[in-house]
Design a protein around this ligand. Structure first.
Ligand SMILES: NC(=O)c1ccc[n+]([C@@H]2O[C@H](COP(=O)([O-])OP(=O)(O)OC[C@H]3O[C@@H](n4cnc5c(N)ncnc54)[C@H](OP(=O)(O)O)[C@@H]3O)[C@@H](O)[C@H]2O)c1
Length: 277
């Protein structure tokens, strides 16, 4: 199947989620996030990944509503922050996020980290899912043991698990587990915060196609069915990061990238079991 910027994954509840989108962690309030989201939508991006933590839901909502493209063509994700991980806390946090976003519905709402009373938070998400204010619910930073516990208590299956994922951290066991459960991964820090540019194997593969190591990395994710949400606040990079559809990595290239995994040594962010400790 030919990949395009409109390519989607069918989630386990039937909702179509774009394989590619823009992340806005550390995109500043005001014009920085507004411009990034505007340029992304104008470039053809169809998904925006925000969170209560990022303090830019209002900017995301404002541009999503601005009519650059119809609301139903845009997939908006937000997340409940750890301070609000309880049944009551999450219900209130969702209302606050919706108020800031100013949207009638959010496409996907995630538990941001598996800490505190995330089990109570999941119950709240299940109730919110019964309303027409969210189209899908999922989790982020869940390891296999969190997924097992979640699936043992869930009445509504999570549709995705958003984790740190890039050439140096491929979490192959977790990936296989989630795949087996019909739960795709979304990659955060997909381009290792820009550091993929220093990975010689990725640079060499890119040279064959006239592409950057960033583009090679993102294309690898698309070809292997991993949803990806690179962040940038620069127009040129927002365009570069989406210029992924005029080349195809060979099976050999993919196996070279698969082989770059460094396991936990490759992790940039916090290990989910260490969060808050
Ligand atoms: N669920 C979670 O716990 C979690 C955690 C972290 C992130 N996320 C989500 O995942 C998204 C992506 O992750 P991330 O923002 O941490 O990291 P990332 O997308 O891997 O990297 C973003 C960094 O790379 C730079 N960059 C972007 N495009 C580039 C290019 N073409 N060439 C060189 N540098 C480039 C950006 O700088 P400029 O902006 O200056 O261009 C920024 O500093 C976030 O924005 C957020 O939505 C989720």
């Amino acid at each position: 199947m030919t990949l395009t910027i409109d390519s989607t994954v069918t989630l386990n509840n039937g909702v179509e989620m774009p394989l590619f989108g823009l992340g806005v962690w550390r995109s500043g309030q005001g014009s920085e996030t507004e411009n990034a989201v505007k340029w992304a939508l104008e470039t053809g991006y169809r998904a925006i990944d925000t969170a209560a933590l990022y303090q830019n839901e209002a900017e995301v909502g404002k541009i999503v509503k601005s009519g650059i493209r119809p609301r139903e063509e845009i997939f908006v994700t937000s997340k409940v922050w750890v301070d609000n991980l309880s049944y009551e806390g999450t219900k209130a946090a969702f209302d606050d996020s919706m108020e800031r976003l100013g949207l009638d519905y959010v496409d996907l709402y995630l538990v941001h980290w598996p800490v505190n009373d995330w089990q109570g938070a999941w119950r709240a998400l299940e109730e919110i899912y019964e309303t027409d204010r969210v189209r899908a619910i999922g989790v982020s930073n869940f390891l296999v043991h969190h997924m097992e516990e979640l699936l043992s208590i869930a009445k509504v299956r999570p549709v995705v698990n958003q984790i740190e994922y890039h050439p140096y951290l491929q979490s192959k066991d977790l990936h296989a587990y989630c795949k087996g459960q019909g739960i795709p991964l979304t990659a955060w820090a997909p381009i290792m915060k820009g550091k993929v540019l220093d990975v010689s194997e990725l640079v060499s593969i890119g040279e064959k196609y006239g592409k950057t190591a960033v583009q090679v990395t993102l294309r690898w994710m698309l070809q292997t069915g991993v949803i990806t949400i690179p962040k940038s606040v620069h127009k040129g990079r927002i365009e570069e990061n989406a210029d992924l559809y005029d080349f195809e990595l060979s099976a050999e290239d993919i196996s070279v990238i698969d082989g770059l995994d460094q396991g936990n040594e490759g992790r940039i962010g916090i290990h989910p079991d260490e969060f808050g400790k």
